[in-house]
Design a binder for this molecule. Structure first.
Ligand SMILES: [Zn+2]
Length: 90
């Protein structure tokens, strides 16, 4: 069973979380083409090995988290609040 160490709530079972998919990096400029924006918004690389994902602690603090997870071993490599990970705190 996967366990995630929420920075706000501590170690919790995966069943408390909802995976929001891969976390895109390198936001395109506003005038980028539709193809670039489509790939940024909907494209998933689905690589083997470490991948950056968004997870919502839906049955906890309800914060979005930036999780680095190895898709081969399912081992969690790092967990941060998503706002901290992207350098934006609302
Ligand atoms: Zn939490």
């Amino acid at each position: 069973m996967l366990s995630i160490d929420c920075p706000h709530c501590g170690q919790r079972d995966e069943t408390e979380f909802v995976c929001g998919g891969e976390a895109p990096t390198g936001r395109p400029p506003p005038d980028a083409s539709d193809d670039i924006w489509t790939d940024y918004l909907f494209g998933n690389a689905n690589p083997r090995g470490p991948v950056h994902e968004r997870w919502l602690h839906a049955f906890g603090c309800r914060r979005w988290l930036a999780v680095e997870r190895d898709t081969v071993t399912h081992r969690i490599l790092s967990v941060r609040d998503f706002a901290d990970a992207i350098g934006h705190r609302p």
